[in-house]
Design a protein around this ligand. Structure first.
Ligand SMILES: [Zn+2]
Length: 349
């Protein structure tokens, strides 16, 4: 091949590469613009020293600090939404001091264990719900199991109210275990996994009628995508303002067990930061998708400054030491009221 032809070819190649680089730069700046927009749209303008009203969830918290929001919006480390499921360089894939440096408001001071914390336990059912809505036509057994019908849910909440139960939050539980602050004699935590949109139609009004509140474990990326099955961020903010808690159930609901450090950090911290950015308050309790976790999850959760996590293993007795593997009581949509009563008050430890 003549030298000149080869030289021209090389120059052409350089031109093509330079063109591609320019395109890449333009796409990157566009991506950066897109990534910032939802934060600005979603983040509420913070009210200096706003006091969130204390609600049913906090009945036991009279002597604890009120819920305050700091006047500054957090500089959060939310990974920008990218097309790739793997963590990008901006997602802080490695645990580092910046992971815990968020200035986001916090609902409670961290539960600092006193000398007696190690031996303390609390018997408290953390009920696990998914859907509260009528059974869809042709719902299979799995879907029926996951779906408590509104009339059944009403009967369950009526039962709890008649028996004098009050709802508390996982914050109450962590605080009670760490410091010995007493929980109400009949206390229950109501958790709703996945954050389905029909919660606002069915569960919310039924709970409100009793002054009850719940905890939603939100899959943040599915909310970010605006999928109609899931709560919108406006709905999540409304629930939160009514005393509910919105806590992370990862970004995409992948099972964490067996995943790399980076992937797990991306899924957990990404969800934490997204909730913090949308609510102005940093969430503290994780729900492992499908109840699956491993040693990496257990190490990362406290590094991310989470205070506890729930599994799908059955149980009602909780300790401070096992706060990253708290058990729950599954409420099966096919069960009777009697089954529900047994689940709440029966022989289960
Ligand atoms: Zn789930």
């Amino acid at each position: 091949m003549p030298v000149r032809r080869a030289g021209r070819k090389r120059r052409d190649r350089y031109a093509i590469i330079a063109g591609m680089l320019r395109l890449l730069l333009i796409s990157l700046s566009l991506l950066a613009l897109c990534a910032c927009a939802p934060l600005d749209a979603g983040g509420r303008a913070p009210t200096p020293s706003a006091i969130v009203p204390v609600t049913g969830a906090d009945v036991a918290a009279a002597s604890t600090p009120t819920l305050t929001a700091t006047p500054t919006r957090p500089a959060t480390a939310t990974p920008p939404p990218t097309a790739t499921p793997e963590p990008s360089a901006t997602a802080s894939p490695e645990p580092s001091p910046t992971v815990t440096a968020s200035a986001t408001a916090t609902l409670w001071p961290p539960p600092t264990p006193d000398a007696a914390a190690a031996g303390r336990q609390a018997r408290l059912p953390i009920l696990m719900y998914h859907y509260v809505e009528p059974w869809p036509a042709n719902a299979n057994e799995l879907r029926r199991g996951l779906t408590v019908r509104p009339e059944d849910f009403t009967a369950q909440m009526d039962y709890l109210a008649q028996r004098g139960y009050v709802t508390v939050s996982l914050y109450d539980l962590a605080d009670a275990l760490a410091t010995g602050r007493p929980l109400p004699e009949r206390a229950v935590v109501l958790t709703f996994d996945d954050g389905y949109r029909t919660l606002v139609d069915y569960a919310w009004p039924i709970l409100s009628a009793h002054g009850y509140t719940g905890t939603v474990f939100a899959i943040t990326e599915l909310m970010d995508k605006g999928l109609e099955q899931y709560l919108t961020w406006d709905q999540a903010r409304a629930l939160f303002a009514a005393g509910w808690r919105i806590e992370p159930h990862t970004k995409t609901h992948v099972e964490l067990a067996g995943r790399s450090d980076a992937k797990q950090l991306y899924e957990i911290l990404g969800a934490v930061e997204t909730i913090a950015a949308n609510l102005g308050v940093r969430p503290r309790f994780l729900c492992y998708p499908a109840g699956k976790y491993d040693a990496t999850s257990l190490r990362l959760a406290p590094e991310i400054q989470l205070w506890g996590a729930v599994t799908t293993r059955p149980g009602r007795t909780h300790t401070f030491a096992d706060r990253f593997t708290w058990t729950r009581v599954r409420v099966d949509g096919r069960g009777s009221l009697k089954d529900f009563i047994t689940a709440v008050e029966g022989d289960l430890r």
